[in-house]
Design a protein around this ligand. Structure first.
Ligand code: C5P
Length: 268
């Protein structure tokens, strides 16, 4: 299967106006594994984040800014990264009433992130309001988070969801798509099913990536980069296996190599 994001090479900023990513087009052959890896900057402040970005410059193109860093640094840090030519995945996992989520989408639009997450569990009205707000020029593309990769069946049951993680992910992914959300975040365990069940151009973004033999930490539904790409992932999100490595750039290069090898295996 060919997987890429059409036009992604053209989306880096040269000026202050952020460019929205072109629609995903899986019919175009991916050429650069760097467009399929987002490094999660789960760090407490801009000082630590910029130190890591400096070490990864040249190896990585996409950075994921999540709640920890965004709450500490705000949109200015996203703009800093954009001005350095990086693509930003803003992982705020918005989940509130429709009016509030739509306002939040509008508020972050000018920061220049290319991707922004909302929780699919917020329901159809919330997802539709977010999608409507994201139809504005320069707004980020939206990804719906289905079931967190740190959740297993027992944890789902404890919050009243009797469906299996796989069933719940598929249900939420379909709901999000029908409400107009562009892409889906799920674990490596569900990506194969979603690649088959959803429209072929759907962007599937996959955290829970762990190199063979490395620590899972709080993640429950995990796989290697090669497994996730082979099953149909569009983009991988990797945090601690890179950010806590003794040599983060070397760790990133190993994962990029895995992505490249999986792409060429898929082409055969
Ligand atoms: O360090 P690690 O590789 O586990 O980081 C995974 C990243 O992906 C974290 O920033 C986490 O917030 C994010 N994420 C996730 N599971 C989801 C959605 C996002 O782990 N379902």
């Amino acid at each position: 299967m060919a997987l890429t994001f059409a036009g992604m090479q053209n989306t880096r900023l040269s000026g202050p106006t952020p460019a929205r990513l072109d629609p995903v087009d899986h019919s175009v052959e991916s050429t650069d594994p760097k467009d399929r890896l987002a490094v999660a900057l789960d760090l407490p402040d801009t000082h630590h984040a910029l130190a890591l970005v400096d070490r990864l410059e040249g190896s990585c193109r996409w950075f994921k800014v999540g709640m920890e860093l965004y709450y500490a640094s705000g949109s200015s840090f996203v703009e800093t990264l954009r001005n350095r030519g990086f693509q930003i995945f803003l992982d705020l996992k918005l989940h509130d009433i429709p009016n509030t989520v739509a306002g939040a989408v509008r508020s972050v639009t000018n920061a220049g992130a290319s991707l922004l997450t909302v929780h699919a569990g917020g329901g159809r009205a919330m997802l539709a309001a977010a999608a409507e707000a994201a139809s504005a020029p320069h707004a980020p593309r939206l990804l719906a988070v289905t079931v967190l990769t740190s959740m297993d069946a027992a944890q789902l049951t404890a919050v009243g969801v009797t469906a299996s993680p796989a069933e719940q992910v598929l249900r939420l992914a379909r709901l999000a798509q029908s409400a107009g959300i562009d892409g889906i975040v799920c674990s490596p365990e569900e990506v194969g099913t979603l690649r088959t069940e959803l429209a072929p151009e759907t962007m599937l973004v996959i955290p829970g990536i762990r190199p063979a033999g490395s620590a899972a930490g709080d993640q429950k539904r995990i796989a290697t980069a090669a497994e996730a790409i082979t099953r149909g992932a569009s983009m991988l999100v990797v945090g601690r296996p890179i950010t806590r490595a003794a040599d983060p750039a070397a760790a990133a290069r190993v994962i990029l190599q895995e992505i490249a090898e999986s792409q060429s295996t898929l082409k055969k």
